[in-house]
Design a protein around this ligand. Structure first.
Ligand SMILES: [Zn+2]
Length: 322
């Protein structure tokens, strides 16, 4: 096969560009200048699921980001994944489950309160044909701000005013304990205070469930501690089909599926986070289960393959029909 050099490639595309410019119709189209809605719809048995994109955060990191790996290895992994060297690429995708009886939202996005490049969940929800008032139930995986801030706007107004809110009891018990707040380092105190902003004035209406129970028909909660003490994942199931909603079992798979032993600074219990990740990923890989991860690239669902050193994420193919 003849080698294609950068020069011949550019010469080739230059010729193609000339051909396009010679077509007068192409010159009249103004650029649209904005992104298309971030919506992906799929089915698990009779349940209709809608993945909703909330945006992306290029989260600054330091050489302390991974507790148990030299930073040079982390930089190399980021480079291999075409990511910036000093930031963790962090997309956000929430999930609507329509059971036929209830519209359930699993995790709520950033509420536009974390970074200017996220907070488009509401726009995408409406583009998907779902009004925020129609959401019946919000289910939360854990209490980090990128998962709960979308419950409220920045002025504390409820963004889904008719939704019941269900949270893992172990997560509530850890974060809402004032002794844990007092004992926390300064930066983590901000997380505790944000949780009080979101939950304290609506506490009466927040249902606390124990992992292992069905939070709604077709949505089974499963204990998955480590990232946070009460971090919970969900098995959405109908007939003989299921989907594991992994939450933050791993953040971006190009980093944490490929390096499942890595303990991030934001994991409260790094050893437990790694054990949970391997347990769930081994199961998903062995059983060839469909999974979705909150920080996986949109539409965030796909499969996991076990490799010699970790796991590889294989995204779903876009389906034009359900
Ligand atoms: Zn998260």
């Amino acid at each position: 096969m003849p080698a294609i050099s950068r020069r011949t490639l550019l010469a080739g595309s230059g010729a193609a560009a000339l051909a396009v410019h010679s077509d007068p119709a192409a010159a009249t189209a103004a650029p649209i200048g904005k992104q298309a809605p971030g919506i992906y719809r799929y089915k698990i048995g009779t349940l209709e699921l809608t993945a909703l994109y909330d945006g992306i955060w290029y989260r600054p990191i330091t050489d302390k980001f991974i507790r148990n790996a030299p930073f040079a290895e982390v930089e190399s992994a980021l480079a291999q994944a075409f990511m910036p060297a000093d930031k963790l690429t962090t997309p956000f995708t929430t999930l609507i489950v329509n059971t036929g009886k209830k519209l359930i939202l699993i995790d709520t996005g950033t509420g536009g309160q974390i970074t200017a490049s996220a907070g488009v969940l509401r726009d995408n929800l409406i583009a998907a044909g779902i009004h925020p008032k129609a959401v019946d139930l919000i289910v939360i995986s854990h209490f980090h701000p990128d998962h709960i801030n979308g419950i409220k706007d920045k002025d504390n107004g409820l963004l889904f005013p008719n939704a019941e809110i269900a949270v893992p009891a172990p997560e509530w018990n850890f974060w809402m304990d004032d002794a844990n707040l007092r004992a926390a380092p300064a930066d983590l105190k901000l997380t505790f205070l944000n949780q009080r902003r979101i939950f304290l004035d609506i506490a009466r209406n927040v249902r606390r469930f124990n992992p292992g129970t069905e939070v709604a028909a077709g949505v089974l909660s499963l204990d998955a501690p480590g990232h946070t003490p009460g971090h919970t994942v969900f098995a959405v199931h109908s007939g003989d089909q299921s989907l594991i909603v992994l939450g933050d079992t791993a953040q971006h798979p190009a980093v944490f599926a490929r390096h499942p032993d890595w303990q991030a600074a934001f994991d409260i219990d790094g050893d437990a986070a790694v054990a949970t990740r391997k347990r769930l990923f081994d199961r998903a890989a062995a059983d060839r289960m469909l999974v979705t991860g909150y920080h996986f690239p949109f539409p965030a669902c796909g499969h996991l393959i076990k490799t010699a050193t970790g796991y590889e994420h294989v995204p779903v193919e876009w389906q034009p029909k359900l």
